[in-house]
Design a protein around this ligand. Structure first.
Ligand SMILES: *Cc1c(COP(=O)(O)O)cnc(C)c1O
Length: 387
């Protein structure tokens, strides 16, 4: 045989793989099948790598345990998980009800893609009574998309009640449960049909990988979500799946620490004279605290607060003084982050007044006392310009 042929056929693994603690990361588009009969035997053989190999399927198994799901689909990002689930389940003529404080890129997808394909999108006030929301839904409503606590302002819904009422009317419910991370809140246990997460955030935990998941219990729904991915041709890489799976191993202890530190920082902020209002579900002063206490096992490190009204320059002075909080549009990693939210609120259909400039914090794994000192320095800079 010539060198070309020898080099293509040399170096193949023949024996069984050594067992490591994590799954092997298989890199492969082509899957080699054992015989001709297996070529068209999709039921028993994986026939192509796009469906995911060892690491992806180990991650799907782990997420199914986390979510209490029968099946979990993986998507290349959190936003892809939401858009992918909606595309898999909606058709022209359907209506979807979307909570008004939904993660902003989801709104973009709804307004720019779903509407173009003949799906009606209606945004509802986050604290609308479940009876009104479901009772007044038109007969063309196929799905209700929840996010609780919702992006930026943290309003919550009575998720189990909405899920139960929707089920009676044959309406599907889906939730963006990134805040609950599958651990603080388990949507499928509360009657929700589809639990979606941006794994990019807490599951990944290190701000370095994108992925999303959609979990369901009803086998027909699991199948529809998987078919949706198949139809669109999406795939996630083995190394990314491995990284998310590695993140899941420490998710409970990281989340516990994020939650504890977040509550400490939030309770401290509540007593500062520059702070107008706390938007933290675990603080008893929060209007939806009772829902959180009833349904959630804890809090994560993400919450908001408003400053007493002052100029944009004062808000900038606050943020620019912070040294331990980075300015970044994300959360769920080990590091603390802050953003000013007001410029994002104007897209909402139901305007709300939060009583001053809205700041969102992600409390990371640093010592909370150091974070408090950093925030105090920022508030001092704010106070100077606010007077
Ligand atoms: C970040 C985020 C997403 C999107 O995740 P990506 O992986 O960045 O696409 C979805 N929902 C919420 C609530 C988020 O914070």
């Amino acid at each position: 045989m010539s060198d070309e042929t020898r080099l293509i056929h040399a170096g193949k693994l023949t024996g069984p793989l050594a067992r490591t603690v994590g799954p092997p990361i298989q890199k492969g588009s082509t899957v080699l099948l054992p015989d001709t009969a297996a070529l068209y035997d999709d039921a028993h053989h994986l026939t192509y790598g796009r469906a995911g190999l060892s690491a992806q399927s180990a991650l799907q198994d782990a997420l199914a345990v986390l979510e209490g799901a029968v099946g979990v689909s993986l998507y290349p990002s959190g936003i892809a998980a939401i858009s992918g689930a909606l595309l898999a389940l909606l058709k022209a003529g359907d209506e979807v009800l979307v909570v008004d404080n939904v993660y902003k890129p989801v709104r973009r997808f709804c307004d720019h893609v779903l509407k173009r394909f003949g799906v009606t999108v209606s945004y509802f006030e986050p604290r609308l009574a479940p009876e009104t929301l479901v009772g007044e839904a038109s007969d063309s409503v196929r799905l209700i998309l929840l996010e609780s606590p919702g992006s930026l302002s943290f309003e919550m819904q009575d998720v189990p009640r909405i899920a139960a009422l929707a089920r009676e009317r044959g309406i599907l419910t889906a939730i963006d449960n990134t805040w609950g991370a599958g651990l603080l809140f388990r949507p499928l246990d509360h009657g929700v049909d589809i639990s979606i997460q941006a794994l990019t955030k807490y599951a990944g935990g290190h701000s370095d990988v994108f992925m999303g998941s959609a979990a369901a219990r009803d086998p027909a729904l699991v199948r529809k979500l998987a078919d949706g991915i198949h139809h669109m041709g999406w795939a996630v890489g083995g190394e990314d799946a491995y990284d998310i799976l590695r993140g899941l191993r420490t998710l409970p202890i990281r989340l516990a620490r994020h939650g504890e530190s977040g509550l400490k920082v939030g309770s401290w902020l509540q007593g500062q004279p520059e702070v107008a209002r706390m938007l933290h579900p675990a603080l008893p002063s929060f209007p939806d605290h009772a829902l959180w206490a009833r349904d959630f096992r804890g809090a994560c490190g993400l919450f908001g607060f408003t400053l007493r009204p002052a100029s944009e320059a004062a808000v900038a002075a606050f943020l620019d003084t912070l040294k331990l909080f980075g300015l970044g549009f994300s959360w769920g990693g080990f590091e603390s982050l802050a953003i000013w939210c007001d410029p994002q609120l104007s897209v909402r259909r139901h305007a709300a007044d939060y009583g001053g400039p809205l700041i969102r914090l992600h409390v990371g794994l640093e010592d909370p006392d150091d974070l408090i000192a950093d925030l105090r320095a920022g508030l001092d800079a704010y106070a100077k310009l606010a007077d």
